[in-house]
Design a protein around this ligand. Structure first.
Ligand code: SF4
Length: 320
């Protein structure tokens, strides 16, 4: 957990970045490839990139070319925090083996989101400011159905010796049985390779009809459960503010602090993903967490407005 001094320093840095017309966070889909086919995957949805092309249809890069272009993007945008997503980032573990130490040396927070379908390189374990987030959607019966070949057996092997953050997206399938969330949290609380547990609620696209989608009553039940379970699972990082955001999610990305402070770039390392990381037309944004635990919501309205003006005047493509 970051100290108060680190959080304060992060807020000041982020604020400074916003005031100069730049967004402090950069999210990069490092590859279009993924060996999984998860139901409800927004990255491979038809409208993720606006409808004219899909993620699988984009050209992406490998090897030295990927490393060079990735670092060029970092040099241009100068983010404080980088989220590396996919596709499956571990498909490019060799390139990341070069990129991650450079980002660490620059003191950039990095969040790498993976299914842990292959081993997480042991050299990453002690990298400064690297947070490896593993997507685990429920207990083995549900997770393995959704996320094979990244099954529980493999994940447990591949995270051994690391200090991962478990990220679970709650879908309707998971809440049909009483006690399900508690069982999930107890399992990962007891796992020695888990440092932290995050829980999000499934974010549908507008008009989506799917088995994953939570009804309003389901959302409330999950929120009540999480509130009750916090003392049982201290690794669950779930502040009151996050629960409130889940109960009343922002109506659109324009009201979402994460969307407003983050530039999202797809696998060709050029195309922006709008209106936020989900692309397409998301119904509500459940994610509000900012790097290093920052809570900048209250300074956003004033500072972002100023930043937009600065960006326009400078013709800076990094903030629009
Ligand atoms: S692992 Fe991620 S990118 Fe790959 S199919 Fe699943 S949700 Fe989509």
């Amino acid at each position: 957990m970051p100290s108060k001094a680190q959080i304060a320093r992060g807020v000041v840095q982020a604020w400074g970045r916003i005031l100069t017309g730049r967004r402090p966070n950069l999210s990069i889909e490092i590859t279009r490839e993924c060996p999984l086919r998860c139901p409800g995957c927004y990255a491979f949805g038809d409208n993720h990139l606006g409808g004219s092309v899909t993620l699988r249809g984009l050209a992406d890069y490998k090897g030295d070319e990927l490393v060079r272009r990735f670092m060029q993007l970092i040099d241009e945008r100068k983010p404080l925090h980088v989220s590396i997503v996919g596709g499956e980032p571990l498909v490019r573990y060799r390139e990341l083996g070069t990129i991650l130490p450079v980002l660490a040396a620059r003191d950039i927070h990095v969040q790498l989101v993976t299914s842990a379908v292959r081993p997480i390189p042991v050299e990453w374990r002690d990298l400064h400011r690297l947070q490896v987030v593993v997507s685990i959607d429920g207990l083995p019966a549900e997770h393995d159905t959704r996320r094979a070949p990244a099954t529980y057996d493999r994940i447990l092997k591949h995270i051994a010796g690391h200090r991962i953050t478990v990220h679970c997206t709650v879908t309707r399938q998971q809440i049909r049985r009483d006690g399900y969330l508690e069982e999930f949290l107890r399992f990962w609380q007891a796992n020695p390779d888990t440092r932290m547990i995050w829980v999000s609620l499934y974010t549908p696209q507008r008009g989506e009809v799917s088995d994953e989608r939570l009804a309003p009553a389901d959302r409330q039940r999950v929120i009540d459960e999480l509130r009750r379970l916090r003392p049982i699972a201290p690794k669950l990082e779930m502040f009151d503010g996050a629960l409130e955001a889940y109960a009343k999610p922002p109506a659109s990305p324009a009201e979402c602090a994460f969307a407003r402070t983050t530039d999202c770039v797809s696998a060709d390392l050029e195309r922006r993903i709008t209106p936020c990381q989900f692309g397409g037309n998301p119904e509500a944004i459940s994610r509000h967490r900012l790097p290093g635990g920052l809570r900048v919501r209250h300074i956003l309205d004033a500072s972002e407005m100023a930043g937009r003006v600065v960006a326009r005047v400078r013709g800076n493509g990094a903030a629009r």
